[in-house]
Write a protein that binds this ligand. Structure first.
Ligand SMILES: C[S@@+](CC[C@H](N)C(=O)[O-])C[C@H]1O[C@@H](n2cnc3c(N)ncnc32)[C@H](O)[C@@H]1O
Length: 660
């Protein structure tokens, strides 16, 4: 790959964390210099060297107040990359810059000439990586098979057993010993060093040299506590991969919850740490614990917190409860961490779609990701090649229909012209017509049902007359029976998502939202609205069930049937709707904006020649810049109090807001 491409990939990775390209650029240039243009060192582990360096540079530019604010309330920096640390050749060989506690840990853990021998590993002060406390990045070196470790630092004056928020990011994580032993404590003036591990004898420096120092806790009267975990038995496991620490914590938490371990009288911090080490080793061997299904349920149990965005060693909330720590409110309590998922689609789309919660407070959404519509139960969607007549397809075409002089049969729907440009964007005229029909509909843009299913759902006995349904312009894409290639320019929606999207927690209280991580020109296809296809009857029953459970709906079903508004009476068990509440794609996160949303939903006919079933696709109504939230007008009548789905109080921020 050329430098330019590699740089743009690096920016993509940092954009995913909400960092602007201009801020990353100087850091990237510095790193390239430092690493002698060795891109692979920067790209390793999802650009962690770059992200690390970015935060270091940010911290070094800040005043101390700002620094502590950042440490306590905004981001938690990703952890160091151990093997990169080894590669940096400017290595500090002294402990001068270490805090008293750090020095104490090093000097008590092993003598300076200690070595690594197979699985048994002792550290020298030079060998241990230390999370820099100063704003100046310090280069560290570690022995090759002792390349990871954990440091946990607490800034409050509590004892370690009260610890409930291990908020400092780990410097590195090392596969080491599963420990089996007892506490051994030693005091040194105002400082206390505690070691856990059966094979250690704190009184013997010789033993210490080769002992399997499993947990070392050091505290000082200034309130600083450091905990070092060493689980080096994992070194012996051939298939061990350094796990994400949040996954380890979740694993441990689940284990405890299942067995009610914490309520047993045997509970102690020692056993907790022992278990933590064991879980570390276990998760390190479970490389791909989840089957890569097309549709996987996302819930907290298979949540993997992205290392990049959340490498801090922080106990999940329920773990905090489990610890039952009497935790006094301190500045540390308020510390939040960016929590993220690397890909909510779990590989089901062409592109990864990340999710970030910069507030660090939210539960991840629970739903099943599906990349294509699925029929819930009774919806009658008839897809068959036999139903597509020759006039409904372009079987004699080849290659790219857009390049042919005469538009093929598939362009008939869009007035004999294709809806797309050769660049895959919606043509301006077509888009403008769609937007105008939506934002300034004329009388003749509405159709009225004789017996409206929507009104029936509001009042079955005495339905009001139909209020009218907006006519829609359709796109017709080429499909299987067409002779053209899959790369034909008239196949945009069916090729799926191609842009860089991210689900994020909106700061305006709208819940999760969707944003773009790249600039998007007007007319770009974003995604389809994917969900379960239900009949109107099924949707009605589902709404009642949701209400009976005392819940409000959080997703908005859309009507998916152009027969609505037709002359014939549309029966409830025929009318189709799309609901993404339980199963859906990324579109379920797109929030509403009154009138001037930057997206519009347009029906697309793909595999059926009629409009009983169609796809609903989102396109940008204007140029959209990277990091802008994507929104569309749900078409809600906020004054319709009889509507089966209660409207929310709108905080779209539009000058034309109808619902606040
Ligand atoms: C399709 S979902 C969008 C994703 C949703 N925010 C979430 O967290 O899953 C629709 C729901 O989002 C919220 N929402 C969407 N647009 C909103 C707006 N403009 N103001 C307030 N809440 C909004 C409402 O709770 C609505 O029921």
């Amino acid at each position: 790959m050329a430098n330019r491409e590699r740089a743009s990939c690096a920016f993509k990775a940092t954009r995913a964390l909400g960092i602007r390209d201009e801020e990353v650029k100087p850091v990237l240039l510095n790193l390239l210099k430092l690493f002698d243009m060795k891109w692979e060192l920067i790209e390793a582990e999802d650009y962690r060297a770059l992200i690390d360096a970015y935060f270091e540079s940010k911290e070094s530019k800040m005043g101390s107040d700002e620094k502590s604010l950042m440490e306590h309330s905004v981001y938690e920096r990703p952890s160091k990359i151990p093997h990169l640390e080894q590669q940096k050749d400017q290595i500090s060989s002294s402990t001068d810059s270490l805090s008293p506690v750090e020095k104490m840990i090093f000097s008590s853990m092993a003598p300076k000439d200690s070595t690594c021998k197979g699985a048994s590993c002792a550290f020298s002060s030079e060998q241990l990586a230390v999370e820099p406390r100063s704003s100046h990045p310090r280069k560290e070196k570690m022995p090759s098979n002792c390349h990871t470790r954990v440091f946990i630092k607490q800034r409050t004056k509590q004892s370690v057993s009260d610890e409930a928020d291990f908020a400092e990011p780990p410097a590195a994580v090392h596969p080491g010993n599963v420990f089996q032993g007892s506490f051994v404590g030693s005091t040194n003036g105002n400082n206390l060093v505690t070691r856990l591990g059966s094979q250690c004898d704190a009184s013997s420096s010789k033993d210490r040299m080769y002992c399997n120092s499993n947990v070392l806790i050091a505290s000082s009267t200034s309130g600083e506590v450091k905990i070092s975990l060493n689980c080096d038995s994992a070194v012996r496991c051939q298939n061990f991969k350094v796990p994400d620490f949040n996954s380890v914590l979740k694993y441990l938490e689940d284990k405890y919850l299942k067995t009610h371990k914490l309520v047993t009288p045997e509970f102690s911090m020692k056993t907790l740490f022992k278990d933590l080490c064991e879980c570390y080793v276990q998760v390190g061997q479970l490389h791909d614990p989840l089957p890569n299904n097309k549709a996987l349920r996302i819930d907290n149990s298979d949540m993997v917190v992205d290392k990049k965005a959340s490498s801090s060693f922080r106990l999940p909330h329920s773990s905090k409860n489990l610890l039952k720590a009497k935790h006094k409110a301190t500045a540390c309590d308020k510390k939040r961490s960016v929590r993220s998922l690397n890909d909510i689609t779990k590989g089901a789309e062409n592109v990864k779609i990340s999710l970030v919660d910069e507030s660090g407070n939210e539960d991840f959404p629970k739903f099943t990701y599906i990349p294509q519509n699925i029929i819930y139960q009774n919806a009658y969607v008839q897809i068959s090649l036999a139903r597509i007549a020759d006039v409904d397809c372009c079987s004699s075409c080849s290659g790219d229909c857009l390049s042919s002089r005469i538009p093929c049969a598939c362009a008939r729907e869009t007035g004999g012209e294709f809806a797309y440009t050769p660049k895959g964007l919606l043509k301006d005229d077509f888009l403008t017509a769609c937007v105008c029909m939506r934002r300034a509909p004329k009388k003749d843009h509405f159709v009225y049902c004789q017996d409206c299913p929507l009104e029936r759902s509001k009042n079955e006995d005495l339905p009001e007359p139909c209020k009218g349904h907006l006519l829609r312009k359709f796109i017709k894409e080429c499909w299987r029976k067409c002779g053209c290639h899959m790369t034909c320019g008239n196949r945009v929606v069916q090729r799926g998502i191609t842009c860089d999207l991210q689900v994020f927690m909106t700061p305006q209280g709208k819940g999760w939202g969707l944003r773009t991580l790249q600039d998007l020109p007007k007319g770009s296809f974003i995604c389809e609205y994917v969900g379960e296809i239900l009949t109107n009857t099924e949707l009605y029953e589902r709404n009642i069930q949701i209400q009976n459970r005392g819940n409000n709906r959080h997703t908005y079903p859309v009507t998916l049937d152009a027969d609505w508004g037709s002359e014939k009476v549309l029966r409830d068990e025929e009318a189709l709707c799309l609901d993404a509440t339980f199963s859906g794609n990324v579109a379920r996160f797109i929030n509403h904006r009154c009138h001037d949303g930057n997206l519009i939903d347009i029906p697309v006919e793909v595999e059926t020649p009629d409009r009983h079933y169609y796809h609903l696709a989102f396109f940008t109504t204007r140029d959209v810049t990277a990091s802008e939230e994507l929104t569309w007008d749900y078409g809600i009548d906020f004054d319709d109090y009889d509507h089966p789905i209660k409207a929310f109080r709108c905080s779209c921020g539009s000058a034309y807001c109808r619902g606040n």
